[in-house]
Write a protein that binds this ligand. Structure first.
Ligand code: BT5
Length: 323
């Protein structure tokens, strides 16, 4: 986004209508290009009133987390200080991985208004139409490879807290990486990592939040459909995605630095306090087996302890159904 467009938005923000001529003069954009800028901003979700003989006036700002708006409200020191925004992309995760491979710094965030090939864990598809919040963050944390299993937990905490704050919804956590409202999945987390010997080169944390998208229209695997929702569908109100994203990025920065400084304990403690599945009867669906029992604890490595026929079994992967 050029500085010119940013300046253009500043000019439109003034209370009065501004003529095309004045806009052109003050922004340095040619008169013939003014209309193109107006169309572009409207496409990004800005409401701009135009009146014959009077000019243009900004009546509502966008709620999309575009870099120039995020920059104004972000309170982080490095996460989100550089943002790549796409109206449409195959997957923010794939793009962020390519950028990380090229040497982009820790904290870079890729955000898309929609994804055409969004992905979940185990190469599953992640439906990502307009209205949601789809983003990936490059991080280079100073932690051991073993401790990296805690990163999705730190990210889930950040998502949970950001939803609680920005949407005033009672978000809860479900193992391993789901964020739920009223028992329905509203967000998921994905972790990709590049490491050598005992050193992490970088990780890319992908976060998908059904914010204002209509989940009844999502094209996803049939089995998961009854258990999913969006923030809007579950609260009845749209959430401001710009505020949600800013909140999320600052909490992600905080929880990752907690992990770096103090290790897994505080992350697991906070995670447990936002989850209501411990002590409940659950069924774990894994690729080759299904197990039922009581979810009894989360261990330091992020594995779930399942009490099954008087035995304790450590579960490292799987999908959970809470009875
Ligand atoms: C996840 O996988 O929950 C991780 C999702 C991560 C998505 C983000 S979006 C930004 C970044 N870029 C990407 O390409 N990905 C990340 P998992 O637990 O495996 O859940 C996947 C399953 O959830 C699918 O098999 C579907 O059944 C279901 N699903 C698909 N789209 C969904 C949606 N929008 N909301 C809820 N469930 C969905």
């Amino acid at each position: 986004m050029s500085d010119r467009l940013q300046q253009f938005i500043q000019l439109l923000r003034t209370d009065d209508f501004m003529s095309g001529q004045d806009l052109a003069r003050k922004s340095g954009i040619s008169r013939s290009a003014i209309w193109k800028y107006i169309v572009k901003l409207r496409r990004y979700g800005y409401s701009i009133e135009s009146r014959r003989g009077m000019g243009y006036r900004l009546t509502a700002r966008t709620d999309l987390p575009v870099p120039w708006e995020l920059e104004e409200i972000l309170k982080t020191s490095f996460v989100g200080r550089k943002v790549v925004f796409k109206e449409s992309v195959d997957s923010t995760q794939s793009l962020a991985l390519r950028l990380a491979e090229k040497g982009e710094a820790s904290g870079l965030v890729v955000i898309a208004e929609q994804q055409t090939a969004g992905r979940g864990r185990l190469k599953r598809k992640w439906a990502s139409p307009k209205g949601g919040l789809w983003l990936s963050v490059i991080l280079k944390p100073s932690i051991t490879i073993t401790m990296s299993t805690m990163l999705p937990f730190a990210a889930a905490l950040a998502v949970c807290d950001a939803i609680r704050e920005s949407a005033k919804a009672d978000a809860k956590l479900k193992w391993p990486n789901d964020v739920m409202i009223s028992g329905k999945k509203v967000a998921g987390i994905l972790l990709d990592m590049s490491a050598e010997a005992d050193r992490i080169n970088y990780v890319v944390i992908g976060i998908g939040i059904n914010a204002n998208n209509d989940t009844s229209k999502l094209k996803i695997d049939r089995h998961a459909k009854p258990d999913i929702s969006s923030i809007k569908d579950s609260t009845g109100k749209e959430v401001n995605r710009l505020e949600l994203a800013a909140n999320l990025l600052s909490k992600l920065e905080i929880y990752c630095s907690v992990l770096e400084k103090y290790g897994p304990d505080p992350i697991i403690r906070e995670w447990k306090s936002r989850s209501d599945m411990l002590g409940k009867k659950i069924t774990i669906v894994q690729q080759d087996r299904t197990l039922s029992g009581i979810a009894s604890d989360i261990k330091e490595d992020g594995s779930l302890v399942l009490k099954h026929k008087r035995k304790e079994i450590n579960i490292v992967a799987g999908d959970i159904i809470i009875s």
